[in-house]
Write a protein that binds this ligand. Sequence first.
Ligand code: ACK
Length: 225
Amino acid sequence: TEVGLPVIALFYGWFLTKKSVDCLLEYYKSFLEDLQKRPLFLEETISTFTPGDQKLPPILDIYFSRSKFSGGRNLLHCTANFTDYGQTPGAANYVKSSGLGRAFKLQLTALFVTPRTVGARVKLSRAQLPLFNFDESVSEPTTGDPVTPDPGSRAHVTLGCAPNVEPVQTGLDLMDILRSIEGDEKPSITLNMDLGKLCCYGKGRWMLDLTKPIPVNSLFSGFYA
Ligand code: ACK
């Protein structure tokens, strides 16, 4: 009888439940609406947009759109391992030991915005950390002081991307902001928002540590298409 071949997914990760997706997208929407009303944010961020975009009205929810994601479906996830259908080493063993189909609560601890991406930072628990398979030191720049990031510091949920930006950029943007913070860079602008203090680390890069972390429910699973 035919048993079927095992297939390795494009990536594995924590997929938010529908209720948590709806809830987080509401946060995202009101965050963008709030940003839209902040001249200091718009000035700093729009100054870094490409020249052609500067004439456009700053409609942030169009600029940071989600339409290209997940085949247009309203999915939100935190990538744990980008296996590229098995192209990456150790993918098959990872799948065996990862325990697919388990439910996890994720803690979102910060929101961040750059001229390229918007994301939510995820603080992985001790049980979640072993599933997170990223070598964060790979995204280190070759110049400047090497700062070794904490394991799991790249964990995030991509909320929106600017035109022609791929979601893989969100994790790189997060690492880039964290490097500035760890390098003891002081924020150049601070804005008091409903959700917490939004701090600017230059070049249109902003991070807001949530005064109250947002808990979301998720299922550990693979994404295939
Ligand atoms: O927002 P993300 O974590 O960034 O979720 C998407 C998901 O996989 C599907 O595209 C992430 N992704 C794409 N390419 C890579 C890569 N080379 N390394 C790590 N993550 C990636 C992307």
